[in-house]
Design a binder for this molecule. Structure first.
Ligand SMILES: [Zn+2]
Ligand SMILES: [Zn+2]
Length: 346
């Protein structure tokens, strides 16, 4: 038997429980710990019996409650190494400087150096060229550092990553950090791994995050696929989600609503891009042209609240399924942002 309960789905938070009679995994923790606990209780999912948290990618709507929940339940987090690092960097305090402040500081340093040069020149003519060269080199270094996008204060992100991976308990000041996790298991996209009696195939998906993944879960001859947050349906995903009993598929936006909607043009472009989100039309096109019809349940997920309507997402998918008599047995449902779905039992 397998069971799946979508606790929340959408740009304000994503989280789903996938379980067998022996193993229980929470996929993403994209709401506050308190809200996740409340939803699990409401859906009849006992949080204290979860075995692990599994993360798709580091966007806030997938990790908002991750640190607090993992520390509270003292359970391991399964995450790819690039996603783990990106998440730790996101939460590590950094001292940043505006470009104007930086220019200001450089100017003061130059003036101090010029003053020193004037003193030296008086003693050794020609030293001016050397000072200019030193400045050109150190400018290049500073620009490189700024491009590395984080200048952490005090504690390096690497220290936190290493402490979370380590079997020996780290120093107290590390465990107090928001990015500290009691236990971490790194997995790699494309390489199957197990949590208890659930086999997990992590799939690379096209999305603007460090190392985003979709998943296919298998146990007892049953298969559940989660494919949200993807700009388009790549070949590896189409192939991996064949013969699934449950298919949770993104149906993020209606293209016209997105075009005419409130987002700035840059955000609209990001959503529509090949590393953004799957539209109703793209999801429907996959269902109509390439889906194998194996799933007893299709769940449309990650619906945008600003750029979609449940009725539009449903219509597009129903229209696609209606073209194939063999697909009439597929039960179509919509995952919601505001409340957990009824558990699906296989
Ligand atoms: Zn995302
Ligand atoms: Zn998302």
């Amino acid at each position: 038997m397998m069971r799946m309960t979508v606790l929340a789905s959408g740009s304000k938070g994503n989280s789903t429980v996938v379980s067998t009679s022996r193993t229980r995994v929470l996929v993403d923790a994209g709401m506050s710990c308190r809200e996740l606990m409340r939803r699990m209780a409401a859906a009849g999912e006992d949080a204290s019996t979860l075995d692990a948290i599994l993360i798709t990618h580091e966007h806030q709507d997938h990790v908002a409650g991750l640190g607090v929940l993992a520390r509270k339940l003292k359970i391991p987090v399964y995450i790819t190494e690039p996603t783990h690092r990106a998440w730790v960097r996101m939460l590590t305090p950094r001292t940043t400087m505006t470009y104007a402040q930086w220019l200001d500081q450089r100017q003061q340093e130059r003036e101090a150096a010029a003053a020193e040069l004037a003193t030296r020149e008086a003693m050794a003519p020609g030293a001016g060229d050397v000072i200019e060269q030193i400045f050109a080199e150190s400018d290049a270094e500073i620009v490189q550092e700024a491009q590395a996008d984080s200048i952490p204060a005090g504690i390096e992100p690497e220290q936190v990553v290493a402490a979370s991976e380590s079997a020996t308990p780290p120093a107290k000041d590390l465990t107090a950090l928001p990015s500290y996790l009691p236990a971490v298991e790194h997995f790699s996209a494309g390489l199957r791994f197990c949590i208890g009696d659930i086999e997990i195939d992590p799939l690379t998906i096209p999305h603007d995050a460090a190392d985003p993944c979709g998943f296919v879960f298998s146990a007892d001859g049953l298969r559940i696929a989660i494919a949200t947050d993807l700009g388009y349906m790549p070949q590896n995903v189409k192939q991996a989600i064949r013969r699934c009993d449950v298919l949770m598929l993104e149906s993020n936006h209606d293209l016209e609503m997105l075009r005419d909607g409130p987002y700035p043009w840059s955000v609209k472009q990001r959503v529509m891009s090949r590393v953004g989100h799957l539209s109703n039309d793209a999801a429907a096109q996959f269902l109509e042209e390439e889906y194998d019809g194996a799933a007893a349940h299709i769940i449309l997920a990650h619906l945008s609240e600003s750029n979609n309507l449940p009725s539009l997402a449903r219509l597009a998918a129903e229209h696609a399924l209606a073209r194939h008599m063999t697909l009439l047995g597929n039960k179509l449902s919509l995952a919601s942002q505001s409340e957990p779905m009824q558990p699906i039992l296989l």
